[in-house]
Write a protein that binds this ligand. Structure first.
Ligand code: F6P
Length: 698
């Protein structure tokens, strides 16, 4: 029998440093450079802690390259505790600055001397392409800089010989998501959250006045934020640098808005990337768009430039977990490479950590800018990657979609949409897209209300363009979603209703029940002709427990809801030494608990995949009590609702209360937070229930 690996924890990691890995390099420096971005702190925390785990000494270089040139107290060793409580903080706690001195040779010489004085042999740089290029140049010049320092008498030959090379690893910290070598840059996801929140707020005002809003978002020369925010908010027009609009675009834009008004749309959003260009390479400004609308539509549009709000605030769940994984991998990389190895960029590709040559990525990134300048837009788009191109095509289709009659001779399909299983955030967005794209293709779109049960009762409703108005931002499931079981006899009624409604295809947006239901219909198709129709499942559940996809619709929102709640709990706990046992949903899947634990810096996660043993509990209570005795102020345990049948959340809190009784010096209190409090967009009314207190008189 395989024994499961012991639970991993940072404390355990510190206790057992992997000295074998640390043989090549023993001291590294880390700096954040360029524009700050949310998630830089998560990367820093991971580098420091994984570095300590690997037996390295990690030095923070405060204020980026400026601090490297200045030296002194700008270069300081960080301990485990120094990076405590920073996971949820936006910006970068070690600062970032633009340094004119580092651009000069004497500046870089001084920076090299400062690093050698701290015996730093490797650098982890978190920044954009400019910062990473600077780091590589510095690394290439390293030997020459040292020779110059020796010649100037500022460095001994012996010390220079002891530091022949500087190892380098890069991570991309930038909200722009403009860099090769990673699917997502650190901060881009949070910036999207900020934009989506802002546009959601704008939308209600815009709808009240039937207005058009022109929203400018950041991104420098990259249209990623505008494109994805356009998709996420249901924008009606998009301007990005990679694909300037064709001549005469102003007419098409105005016609799209007119068509929207005719279809009953009350507001319009025009998303403009700050670097958007026209075909002549001229900057397309919000003011120009506003003037165009006012001249051609006689409409007073409003402009909102979101600015640095996009770079502010707490990082999203993704911008905590992803940089944590990257930071860990960056340490593995730097500890394993010989200093003269080619520097690597640590990024993410298809949800996995991905290493690739740093400078090749920088070169490719610059190539996109060159292609845009040379007006080779198709190539520029392609270089941004498949996901970018696909998102652009989808947005174009959705933006230009409008209710249309079927084309002459076209067979008009009747497509039924339904949910199965519990509600998940994002279900409404999916229904909206399906309804509008279906109507645009001239089909009839039918909604089944109340899931499988509704289907058995024939609860169909024909959807119009305006039926899904505003659904892009609405949580829950407007069509109704439930887990009510159906009987064998219901299948005959379902067949009858599918026949009566002449349904040509069934689109199920939901969880495991949806998968099972689709399978049941498919199994019966031989004897029931009504079930011989195309059936499609779209995985939607907060649990993220479905086969065929890495992330289900709803899981990301659930995670973000959990971390927002836990951030607040931790703030409250800081004031009075507390430990929370937070229960999260997930059924038999520990994804939410595990990922939320990583995103909130939990001490321990209990998940069904691992189960809970009495030995675990004993070890955990002792470990926590010790940490509190050593001055820890906040404790957090995340328990998946089905981690164990017997060791419930209440039980754990009670057990900790009882068993921790001997450690009276600690004075921490345990609070059990049941999972209903963490259900996304289902928070109403449950907060009171969530505050059952469990005292733990250590
Ligand atoms: O690169 C990140 C970024 O936020 C860009 O999107 C934006 O163009 C630029 O930085 C703004 O720079 P600054 O913070 O120096 O004004």
């Amino acid at each position: 029998m395989n024994t499961p690996p012991p639970p991993l924890s940072w404390e355990a990691a510190v206790a057992a440093p992997d000295t074998a890995r640390a043989r090549k390099i023993s001291r590294i420096g880390i700096l954040t450079s360029g524009g700050d971005s949310q998630g830089m702190n998560a990367a820093l925390r991971a580098v420091v802690r994984a570095g300590i785990h690997a037996g390295l000494q990690v030095y923070a270089i405060y204020e980026g390259y400026q601090g490297m040139v200045q030296g002194g107290d700008k270069i300081r060793r960080l301990t485990w505790q120094d990076v405590s409580g920073i996971l949820q903080q936006g910006g970068t706690v070690i600062g970032s600055a633009r340094s004119s001195e580092f651009y000069t040779r004497p500046g870089r010489r001084q920076a090299a001397l400062n690093l050698i004085q701290h015996d730093i042999e490797g650098l982890v740089v978190i920044g954009g392409d400019g910062s990473l290029t600077g780091a590589n140049l510095f690394r290439q010049e390293w030997s020459a800089l040292l020779r110059e320092l020796v010649a100037e008498g500022r460095l001994t030959q012996e010390l220079a010989d002891a530091h022949p090379q500087l190892a380098l690893v890069g991570m991309v910290g930038s909200i722009d998501n403009d860099m090769f070598g990673t699917d997502m840059t650190i901060g881009a996801d949070t910036a999207l959250h900020r934009i989506v929140e802002a546009v959601d707020n704008i939308t209600s005002s815009a709808a009240s006045h039937q207005r058009t809003f022109i929203v400018e978002v950041m991104g420098r020369h990259c249209g990623y934020l505008a494109l994805m925010a356009g998709l996420a908010t249901g924008a009606n027009w998009l301007l990005i640098p990679e694909f300037p609009p064709e001549e005469g675009w102003e007419d098409v834009m105005c016609e799209t808005i007119r068509a929207g008004r005719r279809a009953g749309r009350r507001h319009h959003i025009i998303m403009v990337a700050e670097g958007a260009l026209d075909r002549g390479g001229k900057l397309l400004t919000c003011d120009y768009v506003k003037k165009t609308l006012s001249e051609r539509l006689r409409e007073e549009a409003r402009v909102t430039i979101l600015g640095h709000v996009q770079r502010g605030g707490a990082p999203s769940a993704f911008d905590r977990t992803m940089p944590t994984q990257l930071g860990y991998a960056a340490v593995e990389q730097i500890a394993h490479t010989a200093p003269d190895d080619e520097p690597q960029l640590i990024g993410i590709r298809d949800n996995r950590v991905h290493r690739s040559p740093l400078m090749e990525n920088v070169r490719k990134t610059h190539r996109v800018a060159e292609l845009i300048k040379a007006e080779q837009y198709a190539e520029a788009m392609n270089m941004r990657g498949r996901a970018f191109v696909e998102a652009y095509q989808i947005l174009q289709t959705v933006m230009l979609a409008q209710p249309r009659p079927p084309k002459p001779g076209q067979h008009q399909l009747r497509i039924a949409l339904m949910h199965a299983d519990g509600p998940a955030p994002g279900m409404n967005t999916a229904v909206r897209a399906a309804v509008r794209l279906g109507l645009d293709k001239g089909h009839t779109m039918l909604a089944v209300q109340d899931g499988i049960e509704g289907l058995a009762r024939g609860k169909f409703k024909e959807m119009q363009w305006t039926s899904v108005h505003g659904w892009v931002a609405r949580g829950g499931a407007e069509l109704g979603a439930n887990r009510r079981e159906i009987q064998e006899s219901d299948y005959a009624r379902i067949a009858e209703h599918l026949r009566a409604q002449r349904v040509d295809g069934l689109f199920i947006i939901g969880g495991w029940m949806g998968y099972q239901f689709a399978y049941q219909l498919h199994q019966r198709r031989e004897h029931t002709p009504e079930f011989r129709l195309p059936i499609m499942c779209l995985p939607a559940t907060i649990n993220n427990d479905l086969p065929g996809t890495e992330v289900t619709i709803g899981a990301d929102t659930a995670l973000n809801t959990i971390i927002q709640v836990v951030d607040k709990l931790k703030e409250a706990a800081l004031a009075a030494r507390r430990c929370f046992v937070v229960e999260v949903m997930g059924y038999e899947c520990g994804y939410l608990a595990l990922t939320a634990g990583m995103a909130t810096g939990a001490e321990r996660m209990y998940i069904p995949e691992e189960g809970i043993t009495l030995d675990d509990l004993r070890a955990d209570v002792e470990r926590l009590a010790t940490s509190f005795r050593r001055g820890k102020r906040v404790g957090l345990i995340v328990r998946s609702e089905r981690a164990d049948m017997y060791y419930t959340t209440d039980f754990i809190a009670t057990l900790f209360e009882r068993e921790g009784g001997g450690c009276s010096t600690c004075g921490a209190r345990f609070w059990a937070i049941p999972s209903k409090a963490d259900a996304p967009r289902r928070l109403t009314g449950s907060k009171r229930r969530a505050s059952r207190e469990r005292r733990c008189n250590f």
